[in-house]
Design a binder for this molecule. Structure first.
Ligand SMILES: [Zn+2]
Length: 320
């Protein structure tokens, strides 16, 4: 069985491009040594909406919507923001996680002389998807609504302008904790891909196979993948379990864990508050592929990705 060739999420682009592995499979997560402090938060936390909320943050960018920050310790301003459904009310909550942010740019692609940062594209797509889903009657919680990390960083969380491995790990764990605190129905993490060979392109989606809700995970990932391939006309690189995308990790803890932190099972001292709902991580396009990076950098392309994800979620919720 072949494996996804793309570099998995969360490894900084510069690191990725320097890494050479014997196979096309590239190493996976940036993983930190166990950091437990942030993971010790209670999992049952109440979402606070509207300006009257006790820790209400500034409104997000979705037009005409009053947002509120979910009540949870250790959040950046604008992180873990709840947006009410605009119409109807399905009673369901979609947690949208735009990958990376702040000091973590993610993949750095180029279009002409312009850099295309993964963190900017994921946020743009996430905000567009949020607006679409609110109109469909879903409450949406965004892990972040601006160019920032999700967990609040201290001075020791960065070195020479880059997040430390432990800060990245904590930030990812905080995203899962936010999804739990939001009582989200599903979790969708948005990333964009990278590979050494600029000719490589296409769409991949990941899910975790070691959760009690693995059947829903797989169905969600498959529905999102099919909708992306259809909506973007991209190469179908397949749906994969997140352990298949983990190559040599950068730390012993990460190597032992072997899952995406936002999707994976509990691991004492490493992922103490795992996401409690079906989830998938999408990689719609490669930012290292010139034509795909160009598409991803335009509002038209970002809207196409968002509309495709909306279609995939509609399919998933229809249960078909
Ligand atoms: Zn990423």
């Amino acid at each position: 069985m072949t494996r996804p060739i793309a570099k998995p999420a969360y490894v900084p682009a510069r690191t990725r491009r320097r890494q050479r592995t014997p196979s096309l499979l590239r190493p996976a997560l940036i993983i930190a040594l166990a950091v437990t402090c942030v993971l010790a938060f209670p999992t049952v936390l109440q979402a606070v909406r509207s300006a009257g909320g006790s820790v209400a943050g500034p409104a997000g960018k979705a037009p005409g919507v009053v947002a509120g920050q979910v009540a949870m310790a250790g959040l950046q301003t604008g992180a873990c923001m709840s947006f009410p459904a605009k119409s109807g009310g399905s009673g369901k909550t979609v947690f949208i996680d735009p990958g990376h942010g702040g000091l973590d740019p993610g993949v750095v692609g180029t279009v002409g002389q312009q850099q295309v940062l993964e963190k900017d594209v994921t946020l743009a797509v996430g905000l567009r998807l949020s607006a679409l889903l609110q109109s469909d009657g879903y409450r949406v919680v965004m892990s972040r609504t601006r160019d920032s990390s999700v967990s609040r960083l201290s001075a020791s969380d960065s070195v020479t302008g880059a997040m430390t491995a432990s800060a990245v790990q904590r930030d990812l764990a905080t995203r899962a904790a936010c999804a739990n605190a939001s009582s989200a129905t599903v979790l969708v993490s948005i990333h964009f891909d990278a590979f050494d060979d600029p000719a490589v392109g296409g769409t991949e989606t990941f899910y975790d196979a070691q959760r009690p809700f693995v059947a829903e995970n797989k169905r969600l990932a498959s529905d999102l993948q099919a909708a992306l391939v259809s909506g973007l006309g991209s190469t179908d690189r397949g749906v994969w379990t997140d352990d298949q995308q983990v190559g040599p990790a950068l730390t012993a803890s990460g190597s032992m864990y072997g899952h995406l932190i936002e999707l994976g099972p509990p691991s004492a001292g490493y992922v103490d508050n795992p996401s409690q709902m079906p989830g998938a991580l999408v990689e719609p396009l490669f930012l290292t592929n010139a034509s795909e990076a160009r598409l991803a950098s335009t509002t038209t392309g970002q809207q196409r990705v968002a509309v495709a994800l909306q279609a995939g979620l509609r399919k998933y919720f229809s249960g078909a």
